[in-house]
Design a protein around this ligand. Structure first.
Ligand code: ADP
Ligand code: MG
Length: 230
């Protein structure tokens, strides 16, 4: 699914530069559920953004589904993002003046689907996350957990091969966090490949593999016995 070899990334800071990722090697197979762990500032989001083609690497190699991701123009990058990737963020990133259904349907517009198809597909995915009856509600009428479900439905609507989640439970209480993780486990059981950035130990234990970052280096990468939520 994805292969990263000797990846380096620095940010320019005026005269100096900050070396954030220092030779990352990461291979992820289809069907994996991987937690990327590490304290704040360890480079987790930077790595996830490069994997998500939202940012570019400086050196090294990144191959996604057999395609080398390198020097893409904005159009190609957007095309690969749409085709391969779904994103979920800590802050949900929903559009406040659009209802749940419209939020889920929006990315389908960019895939060129007709209005009717967009609505049907969006409704199917809202139903899948248990929010069929909330389709006409605006984000500010939904709880945090419901907002994250809408965001997950939106990510899934374009049928991505890889789901990327950056601290998806970071803004939720622990009961709601577990509910969201349970849903992600269910998706993974259906075959979806999922990468989750988190700094919470209990969240990482609900994945099948933990990759631990420290100061831009992978300190540990191990498969674990998944803590399954019933
Ligand atoms: P994490 O997600 O693990 O908290 P990040 O990947 O967000 O860490 O950040 C790693 C380091 O890179 C931090 O020191 C952060 O301040 C820095 N950083 C992140 N994004 C940028 C940017 N766009 N420009 C400059 N520095 C950045
Ligand atoms: Mg981060």
């Amino acid at each position: 699914m994805l292969k990263i070899n000797n990846l380096h990334k620095s940010y320019k800071m005026g005269e100096s530069s900050l070396h954030v990722l220092k030779g990352i090697d990461l291979h992820v197979d289809k069907g994996e559920m991987v937690a990327i762990m590490g304290s704040s500032g360890s480079g987790k989001s930077t790595l996830l953004n490069i994997i998500g083609i939202l940012d570019e690497l400086d050196s090294g190699e990144y191959i996604l589904d057999g395609i080398e991701i390198k020097d893409l123009n904005e159009k190609k990058a957007a095309q690969y993002r749409n085709k391969f990737l779904g994103f979920v963020f800590q802050s949900f990133n929903l559009i406040n003046f659009k209802n749940a259904l419209e939020n889920v349907a929006l990315p389908l517009y960019y895939q060129g689907l007709k209005r009717r198809e967009r609505q049907e597909k969006a409704m199917f995915h809202l139903d899948k996350v248990g929010l069929k009856d909330w389709s006409l509600h605006l984000p500010n009428e939904l709880s945090g957990g419901q907002k994250q479900r809408v965001a997950i439905a939106r990510a899934l609507a374009s049928e991505p091969k890889l789901l990327l989640a950056d601290e998806p439970t970071g803004a939720l209480d622990s009961a709601t966090s577990h509910e969201i993780m349970q849903f992600l486990q269910q998706l993974n059981n259906e075959g979806k490949t999922i990468l989750i950035v988190t700094h919470e130990e209990d969240i990482s234990l609900m994945c099948k593999r933990i990759v631990r970052l420290k100061d831009g280096v992978i300190m540990e990468d191990k498969k674990i016995k998944q803590n399954i939520l019933l």
